[in-house]
Write a protein that binds this ligand. Structure first.
Ligand code: UDP
Ligand code: MG
Length: 327
């Protein structure tokens, strides 16, 4: 069993995988070779995300032969983010490396990634798949470019070209202080930045075509979901702790505009009546409808703000801050 003592370990490699039985053995051999050449102490954590093939048996066999291998087996398929989350919880190394199981990411990059964390002082170094494998169709590369441009703008991390690269390196503190969930693995740099880890770097990495099996992320809906996730993160970061500030503000603004329009409509009617000018019906004025909608929407937004406050007051996260040190 694992000991709780302050074990000095250089590197933890976390590999989330879903039906990758053909690749696991080869990947481990490669990682082991790199670690030995550089005399690193290490562990490899395979997180089996509900594979229906022989992946878990392969991991068990590896574990028997190599004490550096650990495995986590999900009862069903949850997704890459939950797999990474559990791997992060278990990791003990000073530097944590994540890589895909499909042999698209090269373990040869590990020493340099580690050096950038340890010597250059980065909190997180993300891979940048320069020579995107020829295997990827245009329908995947073009949306990816768009996706990265948006992610850069929204997150304010302008130096990253490839948010979604599976090959990343982290200082241990980072992975212990962020919570990856849902499909947020695409935005780990953003999560890290929100948690206060701002030294984020990038390294160009080699990227091969998938050798075995097929991609687990296909179709356009991942981009729609990706954008929605980005929006959620941006909202949580900006207003998560103070929802009233956004809803209350817009709500008040709309209500006031609506109210002004109402006063305008009423005043016009009274004026016409007083002067004896033939006045048109209030309901014939477009301002009447604008006023009505704005006041209703304004009130609703305001209420949404209050509800948001009530929810955030009860949220277990409400007083969770990133404290770097207490002395
Ligand atoms: N993966 C996972 N759970 C899933 C889907 C994917 O653990 O539900 C793993 C997969 O086995 C691989 C990594 O996440 O190790 C990246 O997936 P994939 O190579 O299919 O993505 P792509 O490279 O095509 O973007
Ligand atoms: Mg892949």
């Amino acid at each position: 069993m694992q000991q709780k003592t302050e074990s000095k370990m250089d590197i933890s490699v976390i590999v989330p995988l879903y039906n990758e039985e053909e690749s696991i053995g080869e990947l481990y051999d490669w990682i082991q070779r790199v670690m030995r050449e550089n005399a690193f102490t290490y562990e490899v954590i395979f997180v089996n995300d509900g594979s229906t093939d022989r992946s878990w048996q392969v991991i068990e066999e590896l574990q028997k032969a190599h004490p550096e291998v650990h495995g986590i087996k999900f009862r069903r398929n949850y997704g890459k983010s939950p797999a990474l989350f559990c791997g992060f919880e278990m990791a003990q190394g000073d530097v944590v490396i994540t890589m895909d199981a499909d042999l698209q990411d090269s373990p040869d990059e590990i020493p340099e990634l580690r050096r950038m964390i340890v010597e250059d002082g980065y909190d997180l170094v993300s891979g940048w798949k320069m020579n995107r494998s020829q295997g990827d169709p245009l329908s995947k590369t073009i949306p990816t470019k768009l996706f990265n441009a948006t992610a850069r703008t929204v997150s304010g991390i302008h130096n990253l070209h490839d948010f979604n690269c599976g090959l990343k390196a982290y200082r241990r503190d980072v992975v212990k202080n962020i919570e990856v969930y849902g499909e947020m693995h695409r935005y780990i740099p953003y999560l890290a930045k929100n948690a206060g880890f701002s030294r984020i770097g990038e390294k160009r990495v080699h990227h091969q075509a998938r050798k075995h099996g097929k991609s687990k992320f296909m179709g356009w809906n991942r981009f729609v979901n990706g954008y929605l996730d980005l929006l959620s993160l941006w909202f949580l970061d900006s207003f998560g702790l103070k929802p009233m500030h956004v809803f209350g503000f817009i709500g008040t603004l709309m209500f006031l505009l609506g109210f002004l329009a109402t006063v305008g409509v009423g005043a016009m009617k009274l004026y016409c009546l007083a002067k004896g000018v033939p006045a048109r019906l209030v309901t014939d004025s477009p301002y009447f409808y604008i006023a009505l909608t704005m006041m209703i929407l304004g009130t609703q937004l305001f209420v949404a703000g209050f509800l948001g406050e009530l929810i955030s007051r009860n949220s277990p996260e409400r007083n969770k801050y990133q404290i770097e040190k207490t002395i």
